[in-house]
Write a protein that binds this ligand. Sequence first.
Ligand SMILES: *Cc1c(COP(=O)(O)O)cnc(C)c1O
Length: 500
Amino acid sequence: MEYGLQSDFKIYAGGLGILAGDYLKGAKDYNYPIIGLGIMWKQGYGDQMLDEKGQPFDAYRNRKYDFLKDTGVVVDVQIRSVNVKCKVWLVDAFGNAPLYLLDTDLPENADAWISGQLYGWFGEERIAQEMVLGIGGVKALRALGIKVDIYHFNEGHALFAGFELLRERMEGQGLSFKEAVKKVRKRIVFTTHTPIVQGNESHPIDRILYMGANLCLKPKHLSALGSLDDKAHFNMTVGALRLSKKSNAVAQLHGVTANKMWKDVKKRSEITAITNGIHVPTWVDTAILEAAYSKKETAYDQLWDAHLKNKKALVNFIQKRNGVKLDVNKLIIGFSRRAVAYKRSDLIFRNPKIIEPLLKNQTVQLVFSGKAHPLDDAGKAIVANLVAMSRKYPNSVVFLTDYDMTIGAALTRGADVWLNNPVRPKEASGTSGMKASMNGVLNLSILDGWWPEACEHGVNGWQFGDAKEFGDQAAQDLHDMNGLYAVLTGDVVPTLQKPT
Ligand SMILES: *Cc1c(COP(=O)(O)O)cnc(C)c1O
């Protein structure tokens, strides 16, 4: 559904898309025969704005890009039995393997809005978007004459591509549903990203039939693929687990979590774990890389100088955007994540007795950024709280609006410390921490996502919370908050104060 190739090319929302964009760049670097398929979002993901009270809202506008190449290909997808034309664009301007994008914004379409807003809707509209991506995507491959060995579905959003592959074999070759599934499974691998059950999209089967997304599949076929206990609902992740030969989780711990989460899904593919990565040239400062590989005796000084250069750049960036001048000689902690309850962006503020003195004398400077999903009011309340904190502590707390790749890069290069405090084990991977790490920025994180694989406490960063999991939310928050304060005051602050 999304690709993060370049900051201003707004067809991405967050980590899922950045990963996809990074993969296409890596594929190009190593000359791997991979192409991407996605949607040419006209408005994309909303811009985050703040009203006078500090409440966030999403603003949308039409966007135009001059690097899109017209392939001359148009494919048809029947949505609610109405024919929708999808124009196919090629994007290859960012050092990426070819990315083909489907676009419904054509004068002949009544439903031109389908490729309007990324994650703007949930019900019929979401299915329509996924039909364009999946069904339109396979048709685009055929029309472009691209031969495919393996289809990779990045999240369940792309699953209808599997339906089109089944249709080709059932209608085209006269195979039975069972035979077709057996053949199609051999061609599909799937990556699951979402360790929260509710985050895995599910639709009433009636809705899928009404939209025509089922193609030639009967209701019993749909429930055989995508239902758990409730035969009237189709879960896109369950469907993808059953229609793939192999599935990936995105970190080793996430592999354990995903296998537990989907243990009741019979006849599904094995879920193995492949830890995410980042595209180094996109995210890592070259001066840091030079220092890291330097054989000179002065390599450590070189590394520190490169870090200070990046930290100063961040301080200037913040001053330009928010008018706040942080102290480059004092600790800067960065935190930017999607604003959603389990990531607990405001955990560090929860005991003012401890944090307030550290903020008032600027021992700790905090820089936040992050958007909520368009329909997540709880997430928006978290943003409003962070903004309120930046107004309460104007010299030491900053909130940068409209988190995007530019802010992500500036923060993961220029902060001293990268904070991460999700409720374990809900963070699937967390690639921003990898960006930070490779830029010489120290992670201060709960042992979740990729961090248990990399953390050497006190060496390349710190852990807190000791991987303890409580069923009770309040107990979990208290434990993690105390762990955070203990490491912050006992280890992190003294590290920067050490004479160099
Ligand atoms: C790297 C990145 C992400 C993903 O980071 P997480 O650690 O998964 O939160 C999201 N958004 C932007 C803009 C990024 O650069």
